[in-house]
Ligand binder design. Sequence first.
Ligand code: PLP
Ligand code: COI
Length: 363
Amino acid sequence: MDSVSTPRFTLSPNPSPVSPERRAEVLANPGFGKIFTDHMALIRYTEGQGWHDPVIRAYAPITLDPAAAVLHYAQEIFEGMKAYRTAQGGISLFRPDANARRFRKSAERMAMAQLPEDLFVEAVCQLVKMDRDWVPARPDESLYIRPFMIASEAFLGVKPASEYLFMVIASPVGAYFGEQAVSVWVSEYCRAAPGGTGEAKCGGNYAASLMAQKEAKGHGCAQVLFLDAVERRWIEEMGGMNVFFVLDDGSLVTPPLTGTILRGITRDSILRIARDGGLTVREEPYAIDQMYADAASGRLREVFACGTAAVISPIGRFRGKQGEVVIGDGISIGPVTEKLRTNLIAIQRGNAPDPYGWVHKVI
Ligand code: PLP
Ligand code: COI
């Protein structure tokens, strides 16, 4: 999976890129996902012809036929990944092959054309190379990369489309949450049901979560926690992150991958780092009533959310119809969470050895 020797892409540099002064201004305070780099990657798919015309060109609005299937039946998938400026002065991606694989699986679930995994990684690498000056250097910052694919065929019949548009855009970002532990709303809405699309990273899952997210905001919470759709009891995941619980014996618990939650790459990396670091980790169902009881008894010591955007972020309290529980002091990161976070970030940013072959050097 080493980089791409013969670029199949047409490289068409932006004739009027953002000025270095304006870019420096943006990089001084990037926020999250508001400002985009000078370029984007684009590959088209047409049934009978396959993937064609890969190009890196100026970031710009695209034209879509109003009958494009994505606008009606939501045939859309995406990924989220980051490029880091490393201690050695280069730029690296973290496990891009895992994003490529998950993207292909999401496409399969949504009956979309499957982009070859090497082409996915090549598109990301070509864009990052072109927009290398946009990769921030400060510790909490990175270039957030958003590959996505839409059904572009103009046809109102309900069927898998015969034309797709794959694109990659990128945005310099800072921390997703602030310094303090976040509050989480336990929702009565469901995100995914058995046999549904919970394991796919499709836009529809996020559209369906927004009402719950809005409700969470109304209750003073930054994120929402979803329970299973059958018993409304088992903790699944958050709107855009997986979740881990740290118990008083130092062990970790995280919900198992049963098809209704996203197979988080951060989740998978934490499992590996934690187990290799000697921690006991159980992928097993954890009930919401058990969590409330464990928080009240002190058995539950730390809780954290994990994902590409959130990295590892402590959760300080849960609110919901069962009332409120505070985890730890409700504000600070706990010691187990902090150690895992430090170890993960050190690998991602080239400050520690990478025994797993996770770091993919772009430059
Ligand atoms: N769960 C959901 C619903 C997500 O949107 C994300 C973010 O991508 C995750 C979990 C974490 O996945 P990853 O660690 O691969 O970013
Ligand atoms: C990510 O972490 O990449 C996601 O897709 C989650 C989203 C809430 C930004």
